[in-house]
Design a protein around this ligand. Structure first.
Ligand SMILES: Cc1ncc(COP(=O)(O)O)c(C=O)c1O
Length: 503
């Protein structure tokens, strides 16, 4: 420790040198996080520092920096789980260091993954009673990976059939709604598949089955359905086969709805009960109530997952069949998912999904009762537990101004424009997750009303200035993302914002 430092002569270089030396000397002797030089300097950004940092200090300073992120529980933009029970977290921490691909070392983790596949397949009514139909499934990082894998399987299946029939097999296309999540655009482009869109209109935000049929041809590898529209697509494709001899199958994107519909609308027939549904994806980290990093892809039978895509590798002495984009990954999310499945059971899932569905309906009714807003998605379990809504009348402020003001109260609620062709419509969307209780919803209603009253009391010039200020703040915060995504014109999402579906 330096008790008495010598005062250097007025030589900037020497001062700097002495400063550095002084800092170095106190470096490891001062155990106080905020008394150390690390707290007085910016954390390394571009180059790793030469010196090590005490663990407590590294923890505290990174922790502090992360506090400038939004509050996860008030992030109502996202479906992704923000609460798990302490015991789930404990189990997940315990399995963090396990690489689930190491089947021989971690057979229990692998077995647990298979149990999850089995339970989810049964939830989606996989044909488990028919020994000829071997349903297959795999854990993924999320629905995006699951969708890329499922699209690849559809493409290969189509190509094999075309080759066998001696027909051209180089121009595959896929038919989907223009409000699909960006991962569908990725899947199509990464895999060289033409995207054929059924566009939304000002009063229809989901796929129109009739238009979807019109887009189908002999090069169509599949049609993408979401839960509510799958039945009509199945019937439409049956009629198409009768009329034109085209046998086209369906993949269901159940990213968010896969763990909701079976408990809130069990009578809705959207899954493997429909003969044309050959594969389904779901995100365990959405209403599967597990922290981010887990999804599931399921195939009705091995007929729809071409053998050539399955890799068999001898790894650490065991034969491993795999169909994933990556190799190593932690077991932690799969273990977390299993905990959620066995801990909640069907009755637990039913209670939670019904409760948040009721909360979303209550919230929508409260918002509509202000006379300011119109709900855009159906309630009563006909859509996901969320509220998509817009201003009833034209004002000197819009939905984006409301979202911006709410942000200053810590609520993260996105405003966005609808998909192409319905792009004039602006809306706000509140996702109700498990930890969005009725009291929290009531607090939000109060804040929305106060925000609207504030905006009512301001003139347009002031609101424009506030919005410009808000945008500036946002730009410095998300600089990197802006350049990459928002300016891209080759993507539906890039042209129209983060998302443009109502659910
Ligand atoms: C309908 C839909 N499909 C796919 C995805 C991608 O899911 P993930 O984030 O699990 O990759 C999302 C994500 O929001 C989604 O809403």
């Amino acid at each position: 420790m330096v008790l008495l430092g010598s005062v250097s002569a007025n030589d900037p270089a020497a001062v700097e040198k002495a400063d550095k030396a002084a800092k170095k000397e106190i470096h490891f002797e001062n155990s106080l996080v905020y008394g150390s030089q690390f707290a007085a300097e910016e954390l390394p950004r571009l180059e790793m520092a030469e010196e090590s940092m005490p663990s407590e200090t590294a923890y505290q300073l990174v922790h502090d920096e992360l506090e400038t992120d939004g509050l996860t529980s008030l992030n109502l933009a996202s479906f992704v789980t923000t609460y798990m029970e302490p015991n789930a977290e404990k189990l997940m921490m315990e399995s963090m260091a396990k690489n689930i691909i190491d089947a021989e070392e971690y057979p229990a983790s692998q077995d647990i993954s298979n149990r999850c596949v089995n339970m989810i397949a049964r939830l989606f009514h996989a044909p488990v009673n028919n020994p000829n139909d071997e349903t297959l499934g795999v854990s993924t990082i999320g629905s995006s990976e699951a969708i890329i894998l499922a699209t690849l399987a559809m493409k290969r299946k189509w190509q094999a059939a075309r080759k066998a029939a001696g027909k051209p097999h180089h121009q595959p296309n896929i038919v989907m709604n223009s409000a699909v999540q960006v991962c569908w655009e990725k899947a199509a482009r990464y895999l060289d598949i033409e995207e054929k869109y059924v566009y939304c209109t000002m009063d229809r935000y989901v796929i129109d089955p009739k238009q979807a049929m019109e887009l189908c041809d002999e090069n169509t590898i599949g049609v993408v359905g979401i839960l509510g529209t799958t039945y009509a697509l199945n019937d439409g494709l049956d009629a198409l086969e009768k009329e034109k001899g085209l046998d086209i199958k369906i993949h269901v994107d159940a990213a968010s709805g896969g763990f909701v519909a079976p408990f809130v609308k069990p009578e809705l027939v959207w899954d493997f009960r429909l003969p044309r549904v050959v594969s389904i994806n779901t995100s365990g980290h959405k209403y599967g109530m597990t922290y981010a990093g887990v999804g599931w892809a399921l195939w009705r039978s091995k007929d729809y997952l071409p053998e050539e895509l399955i890799f068999h590798v001898a790894y650490l002495g065991a034969d491993q069949a795999s169909f994933t984009l990556n190799f190593s990954k932690s077991a932690t999310q799969v273990i977390g998912q299993y905990y959620v499945l066995i801990r909640n059971g069907k009755s637990g899932f039913r209670a939670i999904m019904q409760s948040i569905t009721e909360t979303s309906d209550w919230l929508a009714a409260e918002l509509e009762s202000t006379g300011r807003f119109v709900r855009m998605n159906p309630g009563g379990g006909e859509s996901l537990p969320l509220v998509a809504f817009r201003l009833k009348e034209k004002h000197h402020y819009d939905e984006f101004a409301i979202a911006a003001r709410l942000r200053s109260r810590n609520w993260i609620i996105p405003a966005y424009k609808m998909a192409p062709n319905a792009g004039e419509l602006k809306l706000l969307r509140i996702v109700c997750r498990m930890d969005f209780s009725r009291s929290r919803a009531a607090a939000l209603v109060r804040d929305i009303e106060q925000v609207c009253q504030f905006l009512d009391s301001q003139d347009k010039e002031t609101i424009d200035a506030l919005m410009a200020d808000h945008k500036k703040g946002k730009q410095t915060h998300v600089k990197a993302r802006k350049g990459v995504h928002m300016k891209d014109n080759h993507s539906l999402q890039g042209k129209h914002g983060k998302t443009h579906a109502v659910c």
